[in-house]
Design a protein. Structure first.
Length: 250
């Protein structure tokens, strides 16, 4: 789950809800190539493995902070990501390949696109992390041949997947109604009012409206993980509206 501190409240977005928004970005992208359908599946399902962990999410009982996605135990992360990659591959082999590269890229700074990215606990299990990355990377060449793409084409689609992922995280890691200004993937993102963001260059046909599910719950000093889960999962999700427009739109 993706946790944002709103002062006296926590905004929490489940990974699968974040991925739904990533998939929406992919499907409405203006320049859709021959592999666009597989890329959209990868965007929508790249965090499927999290669905198991999020059945019993946890919090730090000392600080009262819900466990953010970058702070989850690394061994759990490796296990459920393997399972997620396998599940996506069953539906679409190329989507599975892209999710495999995405999973490995989490431990490789998105292969140079975001060097600072990494799980906080990754250093506690370096051998297991390296084994996971090697396992995924060892299959790239054969899987490229299987689905009929080049390494260059896969890299291009991987970079698009990272853009969709980071665009969604832009809203999930901030108050969804007040996103931050930033740049990545060759795009500049600027707030244009409540729930509205301009993107330059603009990647959609025209102004688009998206939505994202989030849970907002008051900060509490939970005594047990069970108490936290009861409050979190008992909180009614709310759907926020996200509007994106061109930088020169009025």
């Amino acid at each position: 789950m993706i946790v944002c501190d709103l002062g006296d409240r926590w905004q929490i977005v489940m990974q699968t809800d974040h991925a739904d928004l990533s998939g929406d970005f992919a499907r409405r992208w203006k320049q859709r190539g021959d592999r666009a359908d597989s890329l959209a599946i990868a965007a929508e399902r790249h965090d499927d493995g999290w669905a198991v962990w999020e059945q019993a999410p946890s919090c730090d009982l000392d600080t009262g902070k819900p466990v953010n996605f970058l702070d989850v135990g690394v061994l759990s992360h490796l296990a459920f990501y393997r399972a997620g990659i396998a599940a996506v591959t069953e539906q679409d082999p190329y989507a599975g390949l892209l999710v495999s590269m995405h999973g490995a890229g989490i431990y490789r700074g998105r292969y140079g696109l975001q060097p600072e990215l990494g799980l906080t606990q990754a250093k506690q299990a370096p051998e297991q992390v390296e084994a996971f990355v090697a396992e995924q990377e060892s299959g790239f060449e054969a899987r490229d041949a299987e689905v009929g793409v080049t390494a260059e084409q896969r890299r291009g689609d991987y970079e698009l997947l990272q853009t969709y992922d980071r665009m969604s995280l832009l809203f999930c890691m901030n108050d969804t109604l007040s996103p931050s200004e930033t740049e990545f993937g060759g795009y500049r993102f600027r707030p244009q009012g409540t729930g509205t963001m301009s993107i330059d260059p603009f990647p959609f046909e025209g102004e688009e409206r998206f939505s994202l599910l989030r849970r907002v719950l008051p900060k509490t000093q939970w005594r047990t993980g069970t108490e936290f889960r009861k409050d979190l999962l008992g909180t009614q999700p709310e759907r926020t509206s996200i509007t994106v427009r061109a930088a020169d739109a009025g």
